[in-house]
Ligand binder design. Structure first.
Ligand SMILES: [Zn+2]
Length: 288
């Protein structure tokens, strides 16, 4: 799947050019991805490999905003060891020891130094891992040295106070160096980050997960992140086993998807291996 995914693609949303950047492939356990949904049902939509894993994407979104470049999500990064990458099927190596995300950024004419704002929807390793990177000397550095990084204050607290169930998803080297560098803007609740781009709490997957609502020239889109990780997860009970508060996810989905359909929002996916964006009609999803 990853070999056929385009490194980048773009569309207009209102006045802005928005690039979908391929930050790499990932393989996660199909059962964990679909929670209570039985395998015979999900397998018709997404096939499992010999280790029962399904192929997912990791996508970042770059908005060419009047205020500067805004990047949503940063993928896994380059800091994990071969065993980790084998377990999770991480396929994101780029040129010069960095990642596909940096390659994709370069392919659309920008450098990491040019990014002004990074929005992490939450701090799981497949969303915030590329916040930092390890250089040739083994030193941890900020991938986007001139950016302010945005996440919910509650998510940062949750990520730094883990328990046995949550610890595997939160790797300190992805976010503690950002905080130590003073580069985080820890926000609380709904907040406009730059004109037309706002973070909206969408709890359930984690208690302080937020999605990103884009609004420009009358057009609206939502980078929905792990509230609805793929187009296959649009039906309300198709909720990940990874979610820490699945019944909260259910009510958040009910509310957000109803609004998305009623107000004709473009729904934008981070993890779908092939479908990047589309709209809802009568509760069903159509790509495009
Ligand atoms: Zn997550």
């Amino acid at each position: 799947m990853t070999s056929t995914a385009p490194l980048h693609t773009q569309r207009r949303i209102g006045r802005w050019t928005v690039h979908a950047l391929w930050a790499g492939g990932l393989r996660l356990d199909g059962g964990a991805m679909f929670g209570i949904v039985p395998k015979p049902l999900w397998e018709r939509r997404m096939q499992a490999d010999g280790r029962n894993r399904i192929s997912l994407g990791m996508r970042s979104f770059l908005i060419e905003h009047e205020a500067g470049l805004v990047l949503i999500e940063t993928g896994v990064g380059n800091k994990e060891d071969p065993k980790f990458c084998d377990i999770y099927g991480v396929d994101n190596a780029g040129t010069e020891g960095r990642t596909m995300l940096e390659d994709a950024l370069r392919a659309v004419g920008h450098r990491p130094e040019d990014v002004r704002i990074v929005i992490d929807t939450h701090l799981h390793f497949d969303h915030a891992g590329g916040n930092t990177y390890r250089d040739r000397d083994g030193k941890l550095r900020l991938t986007f040295p001139n950016a302010r990084y945005v996440v919910q204050a509650g998510e940062y607290h949750y990520a730094t106070h883990t328990n046995e169930r949550t610890a595997g998803s939160y790797l300190a080297h992805n976010f503690v160096p950002v905080q130590e560098a003073g580069a985080f803007d820890l926000v609380e609740g709904e907040r406009e980050i730059v004109p037309g781009i706002r973070v909206v709490p969408t709890p359930g997957h984690t208690p302080h997960h937020h999605s990103v609502l884009l609004e420009s020239a009358g057009e609206r889109a939502i980078v929905i992140a792990d509230l609805v990780p793929t187009a296959t997860h649009v039906p309300l009970p198709w909720i990940m086993g990874y979610d820490v508060e699945p019944l909260v996810t259910l009510e958040t989905k009910r509310r957000i998807l109803a609004r998305a359909e009623a107000e004709d929002w473009l729904v934008v996916f981070v993890h779908d291996p092939t479908v990047i964006w589309g709209r809802l009609k009568e509760g069903r999803f159509g790509a495009g």
